[in-house]
Design a protein around this ligand. Sequence first.
Ligand code: NI
Length: 185
Amino acid sequence: MAVLDILTYPDERLRQASDRVQRFDVALQARIDDLEETRKAGPGAVGIAAPQVGWFERVIIVDVSGRKKTRSHGHLILVNPEITEWDGFAMGREGCLSVPGIYESVRRFQHVRVSSLDRDGNETEVEAFGLLAVCIQHEMDHLDGKLFVDYLSELKRQRIRKKMEKGRRDTATSRSGVSGTPSII
Ligand code: NI
């Protein structure tokens, strides 16, 4: 297993839409293991999506088992996920491994029902609420080349973009001013 490099905003590759997984073979298992290893290496990351490591197939991992106030399903590997039901709204502060050091509030559905395949290609259904629902939506956005900063105002996004580009030169990120526990997904 290997910890892979994570693409960071504003890298254009993060805008690429991912393809559906067609083959459930040994190579897929190895890639999923690397993705999981990479998520675990990210500081406090509760989720990761394949395109964040330059793998453009529809695979996401979420793990909210370490977080309080979560119901059921701790750790999920979802392949070719589709949201089939959704309702309610929830606002929560989100962060992302691809936008390090930035935390902003985003509006999401409070509840989603997701049809997907597991790592072996078996069909699964997930009923997700709260943080788990938010994480799944955030990760599924990655599969369509969408980032949480896209929900913010143009002005705010430009500011973040500048900060990211500056950060890349300085190789320093500041986490000051962060209150509460944002979800890095
Ligand atoms: Ni993310």
